[in-house]
Write a protein of this length. Structure first.
Lengths: 129, 129
């Protein structure tokens, strides 16, 4: 029988969260949650992460690009969360791109940029970036 | 300009790797790589992870369910890898299921199993499990 309680202890209070676009299947980002942000995600039905820099991080609070939660999954070890979301504004990445995974590589050293920004981070985040 | 070199230092030598089915878009699992396993993944064109328990972990070596790599992506911070793979045998999870994310929840406490195993772990892994 696989564990049924999310294991926040293993990662020192944090679990990795994979965020996937519920419509396209595209993987948008990887972030972390602690118990508080997981509870806030459940309560608000929007993705709320935990950032060592920001603390409780209500995704899209500044940019408007919040994520409505359509599904919450755990893996067999109950130490990773998969979130299926609707991405408002069409861009998950702070660079203004649809996904944070906008670069690929053949050799693991040279990285090719595959997409352009949808929004201009300077305009959205202003001088705070 | 976003970083172009994978940051193995941040996670004490390990980076999280999201593995996605290149055909269906389904997220299969989350695992970790160190530099050695990343190099082995590039060299063999099959997913090779790093496990604290197993060390260098050539996925599918025991079960036959190896993963052919079709794409390697990094995120904006260059501290997470996304791998697009063809999953041999149709199951990525050690429970015999297609994906490790085979359970979902409405309330974050009760988890519902969404799919049945494709293979019998007892037969594949035998007494070693």
């Amino acid at each position: 029988m696989e564990p049924t309680k999310i294991d926040f202890e293993k990662g020192g209070g944090l679990v990795p969260v994979i965020t996937q676009d519920v419509d396209t299947g595209e993987v948008l980002m990887l972030a972390y949650m602690n118990e508080e942000s997981f509870r806030e995600t459940l309560r608000t039905k929007r993705a709320v992460y935990w950032s060592r820099r920001r603390g409780l991080w209500r995704k899209g609070e500044e940019s408007g690009n919040h994520q409505d939660v359509h599904g919450i999954f755990i893996d067999c070890d109950a130490d990773t969360i998969l979130l299926k979301v609707h991405q408002h504004g069409g861009a998950a990445c702070h660079t203004g791109r649809r996904t944070c995974f906008y670069r690929d590589s053949e050799d693991g050293e040279g990285w090719r940029t595959l997409m352009e920004p949808i929004f201009d981070p300077e305009k959205v985040y202003g001088a705070k970036k």
